[in-house]
Design a protein around this ligand. Structure first.
Ligand SMILES: Nc1ncnc2c1ncn2[C@@H]1O[C@H](COP(=O)(O)OP(=O)(O)OP(=O)(O)O)[C@@H](O)[C@H]1O
Length: 262
């Protein structure tokens, strides 16, 4: 099961000069899971995503996406969709032109692609706006366009960096619902965000990165339930505790940090 996991890393490490941005990261995400990737600013989340999406080479360690080693860029890129925090979309194009352009980059023009674009535009409720320029789109419409372009080639694994940040509540709800639907269809989703309620709602499992290290991992329930005392804490309390410089300093934190570390 785990050997064929859609995402697997072993001692993945990235060093920038003297700085260790990601240290010895080993984790597995199973098929159909939404994995919530949390961590304070500068923890190493984006660096991890950039390694897994082949945009940055690891300094050491290994990783596989959909069974392919991340050193095999062509194989990995076919299997993944990536929504970065600032998606590359061109304001001067229409939504449809943007999607055709991205499909062309992947060398997949043709009637099948046109049909897929039509299908996704309809599904994301953008069909009526597809021939307007992106410069006229709201932030939510731009984000949906970026999500469609990440899904165009029907990837097995989707990497999302802050997919709801900056969206109004209705647009954020739409994006969250779409993620839920994709998971129900068997998509594996690696979701990095600072918004804890998004993780609470969507994630089957959570990993917390602090200073490049994985300091907690498990289902939201297993992280918030304190086995020793039987008490419940919130994900926010857990987050504050495992990412504090001094264990136990967060409000209400009374458990050892090691309780959360797997
Ligand atoms: N290209 C780079 N060159 C040098 N250092 C970098 C580079 N990219 C990231 N870093 C450093 O690596 C560390 C991790 O950064 P990263 O952007 O991965 O964190 P993050 O968890 O995504 O943060 P945020 O939540 O603020 O986006 C930071 O200390 C950052 O300064």
């Amino acid at each position: 099961m785990t050997a064929n996991a859609p995402i697997r890393t072993e001692s993945l490490t990235k060093r920038y000069g003297d700085e260790l941005a990601v240290r010895d990261l080993s984790l597995t995400v199973e098929r159909g899971e939404v994995f919530g990737f949390l961590g304070p600013n500068g923890a190493g989340k984006t660096t991890t995503m950039r390694m897994l999406t082949t945009l940055t080479r690891p300094s050491s360690g290994e990783a596989w996406v959909a069974g392919a080693p991340i050193t095999d860029r062509d194989a990995v890129v076919d299997e993944l969709g990536y929504l970065p925090e600032e998606p590359p979309i061109h304001d001067e194009l229409t939504g449809r032109e943007q999607l055709e352009y991205v499909a062309g980059l992947r060398d997949s023009p043709g009637t099948e692609t046109d049909e897929r674009i039509r299908e996704l535009l309809a599904r994301f409720d953008l069909a009526d706006d597809a021939d307007d320029r992106i410069s006229t789109y709201s932030k939510g419409m731009k984000q949906k366009t970026a999500l469609i372009q990440a899904l165009l080639h029907d990837p097995a694994v989707l990497f999302l960096d802050e997919p709801t940040s900056g969206l109004d509540p209705r647009a954020a709800r739409t994006v969250r619902n779409l993620i839920t639907e994709l998971r129900e269809e068997g998509m594996t989703v690696f979701l990095s965000t600072h918004i804890l309620p998004v993780v609470e709602e969507l994630a089957d499992r959570v990993g917390v990165l602090h200073d490049g290290r994985l300091v907690a991992e498990g289902s939201p329930e297993s992280l918030t339930h304190r086995a020793e005392s039987g008490e419940e804490s919130t994900l926010e309390e857990v987050f504050l505790e495992v990412t504090s410089e001094r264990p136990g300093e967060a409000a209400g934190a009374d458990a050892e940090r090691s309780e959360f570390v797997r």
